[in-house]
Ligand binder design. Structure first.
Ligand code: ZN
Ligand code: ZN
Length: 392
């Protein structure tokens, strides 16, 4: 990458960082992306797909297969505490997950692919909104992303603090968890704290539920599988001598396999209903499926490995444990084979984690991330004759 493009990308990334926008509100961000895409010379730019989503198309020199590259563009509701010159200008909004960097790396790939066009096929650049809510990818899919721009594979990059800057992590197993949210509420007619025998007690029911739900993972899920259920909210009552009418809890269920996912939902339901019966309370349960697990296709993982080894050498591939965190790239990978790769954002005791107020994307990995995305697109287009044959 030329020095001039590098500087341009860093300036673009820092501008995105300075003006972050929350999920579903990415108007200005989208505008900045569209302007830079138009300046870069891509062949087509399509706006407002699934909200503030943008798709750009780059044609190769000959017809051929199609490959997608995806970046997320939204920020988080968090007050930045970095003190950097390019720190967020918006109170309580911050690019604390590095989506500004992902956007800039995809833009860098666009600059590269326009300058040196792929020999054949086309590249679809997907700038996806609302990742932090897990709603952006399904919204783009629902809005016809995959019908309007049919692609044979899709690739993406997420930066990863705690991994050496610029090293890549490639997983052959599902590596980001499925994530489902639930809300359980026990209902009673309430009553006097001195006369519990005249009513039913939702706080006792909630207490039993908090304990019993811990046993779903330890007693029901096969120890071979990984799963987590956590409660993040418990609300009930306000006075020492009043038995309240409700006790409400919110939680999240994470795992890596569809059958375990179903099992968690079924057991949370059974536990809540059983406890309600035992306590004589009523119960309502709202179980909302969110993102599926992120699962790489083995052929696409192999292709990424080849690109990394050819371009930088085997030592730039490192191993790192899977994450119980979720990413709505899982929806895209459910529909199209592909791979979601992690690129190290830097490690050491002073390397803040994702979603922390002192986090910042590492500009030193911008060029490498861009080169990787462009390299993967080229490598895929050059090596998929089968798709070409099918089209003939
Ligand atoms: Zn995030
Ligand atoms: Zn993220």
């Amino acid at each position: 990458m030329q020095e001039r493009d590098k500087e341009r990308l860093i300036a673009f990334r820092q501008e995105l960082h300075r003006y972050p926008e929350l999920s579903c509100q990415e108007q200005q961000t989208a505008q900045r992306i569209v302007t830079m895409l138009q300046q870069s010379g891509v062949d087509e730019v399509h706006e407002s797909i699934g909200g503030h989503g943008i798709v750009a198309v780059i044609h190769g020199r000959q017809p051929g297969p199609t490959v997608g590259l995806r970046a997320d563009i939204d920020a988080l509701p968090l007050q930045e505490m970095t003190g950097l010159a390019h720190r967020s200008a918006h109170a309580n909004v911050m690019h604390a997950c590095g989506h500004d960097g992902h956007t800039a790396m995809l833009m860098g790939a666009a600059l590269d692919l326009v300058k040196t066009r792929p020999a054949r096929g086309q590249v679809i650049l997907i700038f996806q909104p609302a990742e932090e809510l897990g709603t952006g990818a399904p919204a783009m899919i629902k809005d016809g992303l995959l019908e309007r721009f049919p692609m044979q594979a899709v690739f993406g990059l997420h930066n990863w603090p705690g991994v050496e800057a610029g090293a890549f992590v490639l997983h052959d197993v599902p590596h980001m968890a499925s994530s489902d949210d639930f809300e359980v509420c026990f209902h009673s007619e309430g009553g006097h704290g001195a006369m519990p025998h005249l009513t039913t007690d939702p706080i006792v029911a909630a207490g039993l539920f908090v304990t019993a739900v811990q046993q779903v993972v330890s007693r029901n899920v096969d120890p071979e599988n990984i799963a987590v259920i956590s409660l993040g909210s418990l609300q009930s009552g306000h006075a020492s001598n009043i038995i309240p009418t409700t006790a409400r809890m919110k939680g999240t269920a994470r795992c890596f396999k569809p059958d375990v996912r179903q099992q968690l939902e079924r057991r949370v339901r059974e536990v809540a209903e059983g406890i309600a019966r035992a306590c004589g309370c009523d119960v309502t349960l709202d179980y909302s499926p969110s993102t599926p697990a992120v699962v790489n296709d083995s052929t696409c993982t192999k292709l990424c490995r080849e690109v990394i080894e050819a371009q930088w050498g085997h030592e730039h591939l490192v191993s790192h444990p899977i994450s119980m965190g979720a990413d709505d790239m899982g929806y895209l990978l459910e529909a199209v084979p592909g791979a979601y790769v992690w690129i190290g954002n830097g490690k050491g005791s002073d390397a803040p984690a994702l979603h922390q107020p002192d986090y910042d994307f590492n500009d030193d990995i911008l060029e490498k991330g861009s080169d990787f995305l462009a390299g993967v697109a080229r490598h895929f287009l050059d090596n998929n004759d089968q798709v070409l044959d099918n089209n003939d």
